[in-house]
Design a protein. Structure first.
Length: 416
């Protein structure tokens, strides 16, 4: 993915993912020009946007992020009248007029590929003329491809449009068809990590040996949470979302289980539960994955060393760096900034336990009664191994934004 492109990149939104996407592409230098739609006036002057772009509480200063401690300022050639600047040599244009995607002048700026980072337009079934805006509005405004930096959200019973697809780099990115797909979801940071944790196990054992699975993500705070307790909005059902993330461990939900089936369809046959817990950290999250495997006769028992070996082998074969394996004892801050690592498997904490489960065949659906009558002992025992695996991910820059950048560049390359 080192081919130089002259195509302009459009970014809608300058929140956490939008800003860090700018950082990523300023360092990567694949695109010559980046057009960012903010959709409103910011602060008191254009300088306030520059101030926001060049500094970050989590990752430090942009110049140091790109070039180390000897770096010089990378934002130059500032034209406040025309809202222009260069960032590390890349031309950057800021748009501040329109928030509805159909009203953003992507065609006038030659932005054929747009990354929507707002998290507001996630239903690809809605038309471009939707009053509150739609992701399809970007297409009407001149973009040829739109990438959503979050999972799609369709209403219950609505089918996925033929021109929309969800992909995770290194898992099912080949499902993207340049001739058919206009709207692409890059899934979520949690789904990205989870899919890279599960895929090596499916490849090794086969889906038929997985009896059940569950996960919990211990997730860093996000911009949707409150600094201090706040009165809930009208109709709010989850009162915990209005509590201070600075002072609480907060139980919440995740759509990772549903999104996982879009990128690994085999998982639809497995009973899978996904939960989420938010904690007071800025970034650096952890998935605790629990999987139950059926032991089989004449096959090597599933033990901790086997699981770790599967991940070590997969990480070595994974030349794009999306999967990493470590025997070191990490804490969440150690993961921040790890390049491209969708998942960092903490091998030191892998655990397995094997035990027998007794099953009364009389209560198993699908077994004919005449067959049951022929079986002397209707209670059978099977060996099941439960495995607990820990996977770290930097839910902002290193894991998600870097892989979003790879997805963006791969789509841009297919357009030429």
């Amino acid at each position: 993915m080192n081919t130089k492109a002259s195509t302009t990149l459009g970014i809608n939104g300058l929140g956490r993912i939008g800003k860090l996407s700018l950082w990523h592409h300023a360092g990567r230098k694949y695109f010559d020009t980046i057009v960012i739609n903010v959709g409103r006036e910011v602060g008191n002057s254009f300088q306030d946007i520059i101030h926001y772009i060049e500094r970050d509480t989590t990752y430090g200063r942009l110049d140091s992020f790109l070039h180390g401690y000897q770096a010089k300022p990378v934002i130059r050639e500032v034209d406040e009248v025309n809202a222009l600047m260069t960032v590390n040599g890349i031309k950057v244009k800021i748009l501040r007029q329109n928030r509805n995607p159909k009203d953003i002048d992507w065609a006038g700026h030659n932005a054929k590929i747009v990354v929507d980072t707002t998290g507001q337009f996630l239903d690809p079934s809605l038309g471009a003329d939707e009053p509150k805006g739609s992701i399809r509005g970007h297409i009407e405004a001149g973009a040829q491809k739109v990438i959503a930096s979050a999972p799609f959200k369709l209403k219950e019973g609505v089918a996925m449009p033929e021109d929309a697809v969800t992909t995770v780099m290194g898992i099912n990115d080949k499902d993207y068809d340049p001739l058919r797909h206009q709207i692409i979801s890059n899934a979520s940071c949690t789904t990205t990590c989870l899919s890279h944790m599960i895929k090596p196990l499916i490849d090794y054992f086969g889906i038929e040996r997985i009896l059940s699975a569950s996960m919990a993500t211990v997730h860093a705070a996000t911009g949707s949470q409150q600094v201090l307790d706040r009165l809930p909005k009208t109709g709010a059902r989850d009162l915990r979302k209005n509590r201070s993330i600075m002072n609480n461990i907060i139980l919440t939900t995740t759509g990772a289980a549903k999104a996982l089936q879009l990128v690994i369809p085999e998982m639809s046959t497995i009973g899978f539960i996904a939960e989420s817990v938010r904690i007071p950290t800025a970034t650096g999250s952890l998935i605790i994955l629990v999987m139950n495997f059926q032991e089989e006769l004449n096959k090597k028992p599933i033990r901790r060393d086997m699981i770790n070996s599967i991940y070590e082998t997969a990480a070595t074969a994974n030349t794009n760096g999306y999967l990493m394996y470590t025997d070191k004892q990490n804490v969440s801050s150690d993961i921040i900034g790890t390049p491209k690592a969708a998942a960092v498997i903490e091998g030191h904490e892998t655990h397995t336990r094997t035990g027998a489960i007794n099953i009364n065949l009389e209560h198993v659906r699908g077994i004919d009664k005449t067959i049951l009558d022929m079986i002397k002992d209707q209670v059978t025992s099977i060996q099941v191994t439960q495995t607990v695996i820990y996977g770290w991910y930097d839910n902002e820059m290193a894991s998600y934004v870097n892989m979003l950048g790879d997805r963006t560049v791969s789509i841009a390359e297919a357009m030429h």
